[in-house]
Design a protein around this ligand. Structure first.
Ligand SMILES: Cc1cc2nc3c(=O)[nH]c(=O)nc-3n(C[C@H](O)[C@H](O)[C@H](O)COP(=O)(O)O)c2cc1C
Length: 185
């Protein structure tokens, strides 16, 4: 296939790095909506849109932090440490699997769609210059955490994209030897 030397998607993928530290800048809601609309183009069997995103800014991050501390069963300093985790970025995007009734598309396929959205949204945010890191924890699917996010019955969290201002240079990615994972029948 002739690409005439133009491979912007491949270039963005190879350039993307997760950033564990970000500053207080964050994309506006309008910018976020544009990027989510682009991420929504992932392949989606039967077009079920079995996912949604919860935008968490400001004090809402503390609500999530308190739920994480409860779910983690920690007390004292350990609880404070868990509760402080969502404060590491100005914007958290909770990625939610919202399974739809379907005889044709089982839940694992729908979770694949939601996961694809999270990956593509991470790439799009990174390409737009934002710092992003997908984070989870053993408490991600705990009841207290689901309640804090006001999840509906059957919905499940896939974790949070921690988003903020990117600063400094990240180490370029080491080349990946694809022959390790590609076999033939
Ligand atoms: C579903 C999922 C959950 C993750 N959870 C965490 C996490 O809780 N803590 C963490 O340090 N990295 C977590 N990661 C990995 C980082 O997001 C990141 O991919 C990793 O640090 C490698 O960096 P890179 O994306 O630049 O290759 C998670 C990744 C995925 C896909």
């Amino acid at each position: 296939m002739e690409t005439a030397g133009r491979t912007p998607v491949r270039d963005a993928a190879l350039r993307r790095r997760s950033r564990s530290k970000v500053d207080d800048r964050a994309p506006s809601r309008d910018e976020l909506l544009e990027l989510v609309a682009a991420a929504a183009t992932v392949a989606d069997h039967s077009g079920l849109v079995p996912w949604r995103i919860i935008e968490i800014r400001g004090d809402a991050r503390e609500t999530v932090g308190r739920a994480i501390a409860v779910a983690g069963g920690a007390e004292g300093d350990a609880a404070d440490k868990l509760a402080g985790k969502p404060l590491r970025a100005p914007l958290l995007l909770a990625v939610v699997l919202s399974p739809r009734e379907s005889r044709k598309v089982p839940e694992w396929e729908q979770e694949s769609v939601a996961s694809g959205v999270a990956h593509l949204l991470s790439l799009l945010l990174d390409e737009a210059g934002w710092g992003v890191m997908w984070r989870t924890g053993i408490w991600t699917r705990a009841d207290a955490v689901a309640q804090a996010h006001e999840l509906l019955p059957g919905e499940k969290l896939l974790g949070w994209l921690y988003v903020g201002g990117a600063f400094g240079d990240e180490k370029p990615r080491k080349p990946f030897d694809a022959s390790r994972v590609v076999s033939s029948l």
